[in-house]
Design a protein around this ligand. Structure first.
Ligand SMILES: C[S@@+](CC[C@H](N)C(=O)[O-])C[C@H]1O[C@@H](n2cnc3c(N)ncnc32)[C@H](O)[C@@H]1O
Length: 215
């Protein structure tokens, strides 16, 4: 059963056109800087077992997994076929607009780790997605929702567009808990810019993550 957390107003976004249109052209860019990506890859190295079946939900041409770790299988999902086809970490992938259909086409208890990077902020129905993730993940499996402080503003629902970093962490946790996930771990860390800028104290993209473990 899906427990609604958001009001209809909070689900609204500036650009209400089909998200498929926004992602129709591939973007072979990095959405997050090197400092953020290094922190994320380190987290994956620490948390994901090498025998894991991994789902990279809301993926692109990169999954940020450590290059030297082989997983049992990495399944990708996203909105742009060319990006997913170019993602060397994926063993398979599918395309699906989660703002239209939240049913995830995977079996119950079949995934060890689900990763969502810079994606949750575009979900208009995160409650239904979270309930589906609880269904498809194995007991003990980890859901890692990572994000920074930027977004495609016109595509983010009002709940995200209007919130602070702290609000975002609390909001993701609230949605998960409402669907029956245990209280998640929250991470909020500054990162250090690479190169000379970092040496003189410059910051990279701040790192935020919500990590929930299925009982
Ligand atoms: C900023 S990109 C991040 C991509 C990738 N996780 C990364 O780290 O590079 C946002 C991604 O969210 C996904 N996305 C956005 N809106 C979506 C929707 N309505 N349904 C499904 N996926 C969506 C797309 O796959 C898109 O590439």
């Amino acid at each position: 059963m899906v427990v609604e957390v958001l009001s209809e107003v909070q689900r609204r976004k500036w650009d209400a056109s089909d998200d498929v249109l926004f992602y129709a052209e591939p973007r072979f860019v990095q959405h997050l800087d090197g400092a953020f990506r290094a922190r994320l890859t380190r987290l994956y190295r620490e948390r994901l077992a090498s025998r894991a079946v991994v789902l990279d939900l809301m993926s692109s041409w990169v999954s940020h997994l450590p290059d030297d770790v082989q997983y049992e299988r990495v399944v990708g999902h996203g909105l742009n076929e060319k990006e997913l086809a170019a993602n060397k970490r994926l063993d398979s992938y599918w395309l699906q607009n989660l703002n239209i259909d939240q049913t995830i086409p995977l079996k119950n208890d079949s995934v060890d780790a689900t990763l969502i990077v810079a994606g949750w902020q575009y979900l208009q129905y995160p409650e239904a997605v979270s309930a589906e993730l609880l269904r498809i993940m194995r007991p003990g499996g980890q859901l890692i929702v990572a994000f920074s402080n930027r977004m495609f503003f016109t595509k983010a629902p009002q709940i995200w567009a209007d919130g602070s970093d702290r609000d975002h962490l609390a909001y993701v946790a609230e949605v998960l808990i409402a669907q029956g996930w245990p209280k998640p771990e929250l991470m909020a860390e500054p990162t250090r810019a690479s190169g000379l800028q970092g040496l003189i104290g410059g910051h990279g993209d701040p790192f935020f993550a919500v990590i929930a473990t299925k009982p």
